[in-house]
Each structure stands twice: as C-alpha cells, then as structure tokens.
Write a protein that binds this ligand. Structure first.
Ligand SMILES: C[S@@+](CC[C@H](N)C(=O)[O-])C[C@H]1O[C@@H](n2cnc3c(N)ncnc32)[C@H](O)[C@@H]1O
Length: 295
C-alpha cells in the first residue's frame, strides 16, 4: 500500500476547512455544488463530480438527483438537497425499520438523516455525527426548517464516536470514511457502538490498486475524496478486521475520470504513474458496502 506520510491532524484540518467552506455557502446563500471532485471548494461548477461522468441533472434538485428519487427529494428544502455531497444513497439499501436507532457518520447537511428519519418514524431516532462545526450548524438549521423531532446532530469525530457501546441499530455513511486517515479506528468504533446483530451500510469511494504518492500527499485531493480512498479489498479487509461479518460489496459504479475537466490534473498525475486511458475508467469507484455485527 502507498505510504501515507501526511500527519493525520493536517489531513483532518484540510477536510474540515474544505467542508466548512461549503457549509458556510449554504448558511449564507444556497448554491449548487458537487461532492467528491478533486476540490470541494470548487462549488462554482455544480455539474461536475468524481462519482461518475459529469452529467446534467434536474435543475430543481441538482447533484442530488443522481442518487435520490424524486419522491425522496420532494419536501426537502434546497439547503438540504443542494448541500448533498455523497456518492450513493445508503438509506435506500439499509432496509430501515420503524423504531430503529440510526447513526450517520459524516452527516453533512443532513440529507440521509432526514430520509432515515422518515423510515424509522416517531418511535425511532437518527443521530448525525460530523466533525465540521459549520456543517452541524447547517444540518441543525435544516432540521428546524423541516420540523423534524427525531433527528439529532452531534459534533464529533467518527474515529472516536461520542456514543455508548451497543447503543445503535444501524450505521449509515455517505462518502465520508475515505476522508479518514485512520479507517481502522472508524470501523472499530462503528463496531463498538452497534448493538449485537446491528448492521452497517455505507456508500464510499474506493480505488483499484494504489494511488501515486503525488496524489496521496495532496491535501486538496484528500478533501476531494480521492487521496484517502483505499483499494476495495483493503477497505473490506479493515471492516472484517474490526469484527464485522457477512461483509459484502452490494454494488460498484466506476467513475469515468477520463473526460471530466475537473479531473484533468489528477489524470495527469495518474498518467505520470503509468495509467492509460482504459485504466482510468476503472480506477475510481463508488461502492455500497454492507456488514453485520455478529449477534
Ligand atoms: C463528502 S461530505 C458528505 C456529507 C454527507 N454524508 C452527504 O452525503 O451529503 C463529508 C462530510 O464528512 C465530514 N467528516 C469528514 N471526516 C470526518 C470525521 N473524521 N468525523 C466526522 N465527520 C467527518 C465532513 O465534515 C463532511 O461534512
């Protein structure tokens, strides 16, 4: 595996700053955005994304329309849908049931928390965890706008989850774990807070093979959900090592990075590392992964 030489706190500061910048734009004035491109600060280019070929989506729902159905997006304000920064739709596959307690790691503006809240109903509860203060502020404002009472946004890091052991039925996460410099700590903590028999369903970015050091060491590429992405088998291996069972990759969608303007610089670095155009189409993928804490 390519060695990560950048100190963890430096990576986290860069991630926090990048997503804080995005959140502040929504608190101050809502704008369209994209998720995990090389620079989340590049919100002026709303139609580009790492998570698949750049494409045009419905004006009203912007980037979110790529992953969520119209039915899911109606009734959500723009400050929720336009602040969507994920690479999948974990609540669509988590099989959430009324009454369950759900934890969303890296909840951002709160889109998946609000969708989960509908599914678990008034007898259930959703906790959104995020380490960026401005994101927590945005999510709490969004909750107020929506009038939801079964969602609670907490400030904290997923490597040290501020919840008791065995207190959660389901963990979801959308395009976040790749951002952590210590993924083993994230999966260990996820295992700890899940009740026996509980499940984890995450959407995330993985890569095929390794990334060149020139990308791994770039802080903007960390914040852009690429530099921290692991090879899929390493990712799954870390989940298993934390104690999870029945770990499965439910789906994998390759991002076509061979064309998008946003990927131009990364393409250059990958090409310097020997990747041809064909390899580029299968280098980066968004995956849905499910795993269970044994009973
Ligand atoms: C790409 S955004 C995804 C947000 C949200 N899941 C969505 O789908 O819109 C990543 C989010 O994860 C948060 N984050 C990154 N690293 C984190 C960590 N170690 N602990 C908690 N939150 C983290 C960021 O602050 C940001 O809000």
């Amino acid at each position: 595996m390519t060695e990560i030489t950048t100190p963890d706190e430096k990576i986290k500061d860069a991630v926090r700053e990048a997503y804080g910048n995005v959140a502040r734009r929504f608190v101050e004035e809502p704008v369209g955005t994209s998720c995990c491109g090389p620079s989340p600060a590049a919100v002026e280019e709303p139609k580009e994304s790492c998570c698949g070929p750049a494409e045009t989506s419905a004006e009203s729902t912007g980037y979110a329309a790529r992953f969520y159905s119209d039915a899911e997006l109606t009734e959500l304000p723009d400050t929720v849908t336009d602040a969507s920064l994920g690479c999948g739709n974990p609540t669509a596959i988590a099989n959430l049931r009324p009454g369950e307690v759900v934890l969303d790691l890296g909840s951002g503006g709160g889109i998946d928390c609000f969708l989960a809240a509908r599914k678990v109903g008034p007898g259930g509860r959703v906790i959104g965890l995020d380490m960026t203060p401005d994101m927590i502020q945005l999510a709490r404002r969004n909750a107020k706008k929506l009038g939801v009472t079964n969602v609670d946004f907490r400030f904290g890091e997923m490597e040290d989850i501020p919840l008791p052991d065995e207190s959660v039925d389901v963990i979801i996460s959308n395009c976040v774990i790749n951002l952590s410099p210590d993924k083993s700590a994230v999966f260990n903590e996820a295992f700890r807070v899940l009740r026996p028999g509980g499940r984890m369903t995450v959407s995330d970015i993985v890569i095929d093979g390794q990334l060149p050091q020139a990308i791994r060491s770039r802080l903007d590429a960390w914040a852009g959900c690429i530099a921290g992405a692991l090879d899929e088998s390493d990712y799954v291996g870390k989940i298993r090592a934390a104690g999870f069972q029945d770990v499965s990759v439910l789906s994998r969608t390759y991002a076509d990075i061979s064309e998008s303007a946003e990927w131009e610089e990364m393409r250059g670095l990958l090409s310097d590392d020997g990747l041809d155009e064909q390899d580029m189409c299968r280098k980066v993928a968004s995956v849905n992964v499910q795993a269970f804490r044994p009973v």
